[in-house]
Design a protein around this ligand. Sequence first.
Ligand code: BDR
Ligand code: CA
Length: 320
Amino acid sequence: MSTPAAPTRIIIDTDPGIDDAMAIIYALASPELEVVGLTTVFGNAHVDTCTDNAIRILDIAGRHDIPVAQGAGRPMAQPYRGPADYVHGVNGLADAPLPAPSRAPHPLDAAHFIIDQVLAAPGEITLVPVGPLTNIALAMLLRPDLPEHLAGMVIMGGNAFVPGNASPAAEANIINDPEAADIVFGADCPIVMCGLDVTERTVMTSAQIASINDIDNDRARLAAAILPFYRDFHVSRGGPDGIHVHDSTCISYLIAPHLYGVQHHPVRVDCGQGVGRGKTWPSLRHSLATGPWGNRRNVAILTEVDGPAAVALELERLAR
Ligand code: BDR
Ligand code: CA
């Protein structure tokens, strides 16, 4: 009899956020993964709110053992664009009435927490950033050798071959800190980009969201309380009758990579001040992978997805 593989050890860097909450509870219900910690960043809400929410989510899941380290409150080289309360609610979690967080965050800031955890277990930790990439870039600036000690990164962010969702050019997490994103996509470690190319082709329908009401556990009750707000945003913008599954795509990829198709290209991020700011640019021609793209290793860009299977997997884990 074969012994089960050791779980992949992950740190989720997050700005909860409705879809962030979904990704966190999905990861916690997946035995293939061990959540070593959560680190928080500004994005969908101010970082203090995101930290409170991260702790609240762990409280609901009964995981008081998982540390939460608070990170950056603003981008590296631009002002914070402000909370996306029309997407996620003023409290970041659909304005659901949630209990106060049970504890204070970890004494270390996110960048130092990441560095400590990674160096304590070289080659073991996979970073799963699902918000602006500020904390990861800061950790890399503090420890330029950090990537060589990582198992890799699975990032929700960017758009390779489809339009942006925060501007015609750019995806929200990347436009929130393009300079940080360009540093991170240049890291010398395996990187998977879970961008809009696949997340907008992964739709949890309104009927599936309604079906969560039938699941009898606290994680599902949280999901049922917050997802309708996110669905209403999508519908108001002419989107699907349901939601695009953004942050949870990283978790689905980690536990079921066979559901995805991949292209391998080096990636740069537009850090100019023009209309293309925040666009993730893959270099598609090998012969042109020089100049600004030179000396960058390929990023595994997800370009194909079995969306219904990914959503079914997430819902199955929610019911566990
Ligand atoms: C990303 O932006 C945020 O609003 C979501 O949480 C997700 O991480 C999608 O573009
Ligand atoms: Ca997010």
